[in-house]
Write a protein that binds this ligand. Structure first.
Ligand SMILES: [Zn+2]
Ligand SMILES: [Zn+2]
Length: 374
């Protein structure tokens, strides 16, 4: 514990769950227990400074907003004082008893799933996000909106060697957004050359989905509001569709089908709009797959138009996908660390999280927000 003696841990807590109120507080440092490591959110050394210049990062996910404000109207809210966040990049500074891997100094990522039992049937099937014993970062378990985070040694994602320090902040959002869309694409059973529709394409998930799809050799039709056209095109989208550019949903669906020569093989709905889901089931190619990622808020309604007759006659698949497992995490971090995927992000301060949540609510965020935890 020598490395952290006399240090305090600054954290952002949800001060009034059910609203977007947050507060920056100082907490005593916690020592890691057996099987745990203490992760110091990334420390960046920029020459020519003699002393380390600290850069501490956590991405902000729409799920953080939903947990803080209880946007999904779950019966039991997180308690006042919850430390949110689940997209952390840091360095191991202390290993708890019995931990031989990762070692001190390892650069690691902390994910939405903070830990899983790794022995139940779901874990054995690679569905660790459904483990009944899983703990969730930032939801009833301390998250990554803090300078020091105690994490399960066998569940952190060790980053590939040689990532330049100034690129580490951009890897934070890969720990949830990247894993989510990369795993979603896997569920799409795609082949190189296939068309993929990405709905909500200019958001945190969407702009990464475009890049992962391109890296896998697919073609992308991006759907979002007109202001996000440039971000989507920069991310590599082959076609852009303005979702408000059509008077009728049927016109939009016809346009997507025509643009893609019969409809995309898979649609990744990253948006939390019910309309985006009902459009996707209509414009998909026969035998295509609708991958559900973004969760609509408020009252949950079925996907309009997804009749059994349609699903059977066109052999469509609808699949829900929740983050990914440790292998998915390794693969998608590898791709990002090697430059195939770059997150578009803006840095914001710890005391700006409430404003970030409010900006999210108003749909004002382009790409991702990463919190500078200094
Ligand atoms: Zn997330
Ligand atoms: Zn399990």
């Amino acid at each position: 514990m020598d490395a952290i003696q006399d240090k305090v841990n600054k954290a952002i807590i949800y001060s009034e769950p059910g609203t977007s109120a947050t507060e920056v507080i100082e907490l005593p440092l916690e020592a890691p227990g057996p099987g745990q490591v203490l992760v110091r959110m990334h420390v960046l050394r920029i020459p020519p400074f003699q002393h380390p210049k600290e850069m501490l990062y956590s991405g902000v996910c729409h799920t953080d907003y939903s947990i803080c404000t209880n946007a999904w109207k779950v019966p039991v809210m997180v308690a006042k004082g919850q430390i949110g966040g689940h997209e952390g990049i840091g360095e191991v500074v202390v290993c708890g008893p019995g931990v031989s891997h990762p070692t001190i100094g390892s650069k690691v990522g902390v994910k939405y799933i903070a830990s899983a039992c790794l022995s139940c049937r779901y874990c054995l099937l690679g569905m660790e996000s459904n483990c009944v014993a899983a703990k969730l970062s930032g939801s009833f378990h301390p998250g990554t909106f803090q300078q020091y985070c105690v994490a399960a040694a066998n569940y952190v994602t060790v980053l590939p060697e040689g990532v330049p320090d100034d690129e580490l902040a951009g890897l934070a959002p890969i720990m949830c957004a990247g894993i989510t869309v990369y795993t979603g694409l896997k569920h799409g059973n795609l082949r190189p050359g296939d068309w993929v529709a990405v709905s909500g394409a200019g958001g945190g998930l969407g702009h990464l989905a475009i890049q992962y799809a391109k890296a896998l050799g697919c073609r992308v039709v991006a759907l979002d509001v007109a202001e996000k056209n440039l971000l989507c095109t920069d991310a590599g989208a082959d076609e852009f569709v303005d979702v408000f550019g059509f008077t009728q949903d049927t016109d939009l669906c016809r346009h997507v089908r025509e643009t893609t020569g019969g409809g995309p093989r898979a649609a990744l709905v990253c948006s939390s709009s019910n309309t985006a889901y009902s459009q996707a089931i209509q414009y998909l190619d026969t035998t295509g797959t609708l991958v559900c990622l973004g969760i609509p808020e408020g009252q949950q309604v079925p996907i309009q138009g997804a009749s059994v007759a349609l699903l059977v006659s066109r052999q469509l698949r609808i699949i829900g996908s929740k983050v990914g497992n440790r292998l998915d995490a390794n693969e998608c971090v590898y791709m990002a660390a090697r430059g195939a995927v770059k997150c578009h992000y803006q840095l914001r301060k710890m005391n700006e999280l409430t404003q970030v949540f409010n900006d999210m609510e108003e749909g004002k965020i382009l790409g991702r927000v990463v919190i500078d935890l200094r």
